[in-house]
Design a binder for this molecule. Sequence first.
Ligand code: FES
Length: 617
Amino acid sequence: MIVRIGPNTFEIEYEGKTLAQMMREVGISLDLPCNGRGTCGKCKVRVSGQLSDLTDTEKRHLSSSEIGQGIRLACQAVPTGDCVVSAYSSAGSAAGNILVEGTPMQQQVVSQPLVKKDVVSPPAPAMDDQRYHLDRILDSLAELRPSVDRRKANVSLGTLQSLPDTLSKSDWQLTVAHTGDCVIAVEPGDTTGEHYGAAFDIGTTTVVGYLVDLSSGSQVAVASRTNPQVAHGADLISRITYSSQSVESREALRSEIVSALNDILNELASKAGVAANRIYHCTVAGNTCMTHMLLGLDTSSLATMPYVGVMGRAYHDRASQLGLNIHPDGLITVLPNIGGFIGSDTVAAAIAAGLDGRSGTSLLLDLGTNGELVLVHDREMFACSTAAGPAFEGAQIVHGMRGSAGAIEAVAISPKGLSLRVINGGEPMGICGSGLVDAVAELLRVGIIDFTGRLCPPLELAGRVDPALASRVKEDERGVRFVLFSNSEREISLFQSDVRQLQLAKGAIAAGFSILCKRAGISCSEIDTVFLAGAFGNYINKTAAVRIGMLPGIDEERIVPLGNAAGTGAKMALLSEELLDRADRLAASAIYIELGNDPTFQDEFMNAMMFMEGAAG
Ligand code: FES
């Protein structure tokens, strides 16, 4: 059969495959948030031609106007003959509004990186000085840096093989890139002005990379991508399920993320005009699942009790072992995890917030696909991970989408009516996490949603809610919904099921918060600062978060958004050997609390789902 996808035409053998499977085979990975289970309704494509009949799943997710326009779900529709796919959203293409910047570091970082560069000028060989080339270079280096032990220094075969050529170009002035006990490069002349490293924050949804000048400590370029693994599901469990299918699928996930890192490295290098072989070190922060997948480790045990992964300590290796496109002997450091799903992204965010050196009582909340919480009280640290679910990233919301162009990111109700703010302006295409929290908080305030989370049907609103607002509440076979936007082509609404998803997510966070406070022996209101990290944490309206009771007992003055704190922490660790050590100590000393094991969790969770400030406090 002939299938045309955008400008390309493919001849495909008919094997009863879905459109999504077919497109993946020809190299087009669609965004499949529920990994094709038919629960998210997000894999919409516009297609014409010969296809299987609409499935019940499609009838549930598609409006009659969408069906009329030829919209199908790619994970459900099966081509039965020639067809043309004219519109789709591919995974890993649109970077959207990826949050790349953190707030400035909470502490001054002096640039003392793990990988140093030193210029040495060893004497040329002579009849009365017959030391080997390498020995004379290492002896000179040890004179500069007494900690270097030339007998133990690890030098790669590649460096040795190219040494005669390097020396022939050097006139015995050389630059050595090294960590003290590991030589990364020996270069002719003085190249200390070209000394770079890259820091990565690998999120479940997005990947951000920073190129840093290791001499000056300044960031010289930043680049980001959607994590290409979203083609296997928006949530971690979908990806673990896929990864556990076979060695090949685990390898596919590993190679997808390595490719994304290399794409980012290429972009960083070209933006800054830096050669790849002048990048000597990469630090990586990510949740436990993401870093396991980067290293090609088996993740299946992370999804089943007692949720134990392969490794939590920091991982150091030559970057070439992973196929990263930097100096062939450059290093990679994957930062350490705390426990369970609390990975090195949380450790990096905690370093960025300066939690380990802080007195008083503070909380770090990293909000993304999961919600990670770290509480510091009297220099003791407690951490837990809540299954906040992908609601905040729009995945299980009927008209949800990520925070990219076209997403409703803010909702306000005033005497003048309803107003929406859309990312990049224009007509809305869907609603993202911050818009969802805003919408629910506003509808709670005006009484369209009650404290149990019920969207009140139109009949109950008459006489007590502004008629213009009440007219936006509709009820039909899909239940009650509040229409945020509609025109002849589309309607963007908040459904009852969306409110329930938000209740589950915020209930899990509030319950985790409450349990951490109990373990620390304090009440929730004793927290002096709440650091909000992660993309969603940065964009969320603090007033709305307080109103829905996400952090009971906390007022908005104490909430400090940190931006992409994991990325900031990864940069700090790249710049400072001491901070790399601090990350190790922080990860080892934090007390990991498994919420599923806490006998009070279910009660806390049920309480916290209600929309009452202080419900879980
Ligand atoms: S419904 Fe198709 S990927 Fe979720």
